[in-house]
Design a binder for this molecule. Structure first.
Ligand SMILES: Cc1cc2nc3c(=O)[nH]c(=O)nc-3n(C[C@H](O)[C@H](O)[C@H](O)COP(=O)(O)O)c2cc1C
Length: 158
């Protein structure tokens, strides 16, 4: 496809409104890492499975090939700055936002809409992304308005 066609496709796919998550994990030095992702989806209730995709160009790609667990932090409408922080290649993300430790030391962002702690059970190649399937080990959820991404922009429920 031409660059123009790829841009058009990205814009077309952006018509699908999603929530926003920050996917977190520990690296091999037990340092917390995370990235903004809107490719998250629920997959199955029994067993409880979710999926998301990591791009092959991401600096965290190798980490998500080797780590055994990840956490899904689903953001609320007041966390646009958190989404922006974790969408940038900043080294000190976890010094700029409060967090705590979960199962196996998984980094969990404070005050999220919903949190899922997962063990990775499958990885599939998906073109320029890798599709990760996680089994939910524990979760929390609180009633809040979600942060929404649509048409390349952050939105709130009206
Ligand atoms: C709204 C939004 C959604 C994103 N969703 C994904 C995603 O699902 N998968 C992905 O690999 N990158 C996604 N990204 C890009 C990563 O957040 C970004 O590449 C990363 O955090 C910073 O660069 P690095 O991966 O090179 O460190 C998204 C970015 C934004 C702003």
């Amino acid at each position: 496809m031409t660059d123009e066609k790829i841009r058009d496709l990205r814009n077309a796919l952006g018509n699908f409104a999603t929530g926003i998550t920050v996917i977190t994990a520990l690296d091999e030095s037990n340092e917390p890492k995370g990235m903004t992702a809107n490719s998250f989806s629920s997959v199955s209730l029994e067993p409880p499975l979710v999926s998301w995709c990591v791009g092959r160009e991401s600096r965290l790609y190798d980490l998500f090939q080797t780590t055994t667990h990840f956490a899904v932090n689903i953001l609320h409408s007041g966390q646009q700055s958190v989404s922006q922080l974790f969408a940038n290649p900043d080294e000190n993300k976890f010094e700029q936002t409060p967090w705590h430790k979960g199962i196996n030391g998984l980094p969990l962002l404070d005050d999220c809409h919903c949190q899922l702690q997962c063990e990775i059970v499958h990885r599939y190649s998906g073109g320029d992304h890798c599709i990760l399937i996680g089994r939910i080990l524990d979760f929390t959820s609180q009633p809040m308005d979600p942060l929404i991404f649509h048409g390349g922009k952050y939105q709130e429920l009206k």
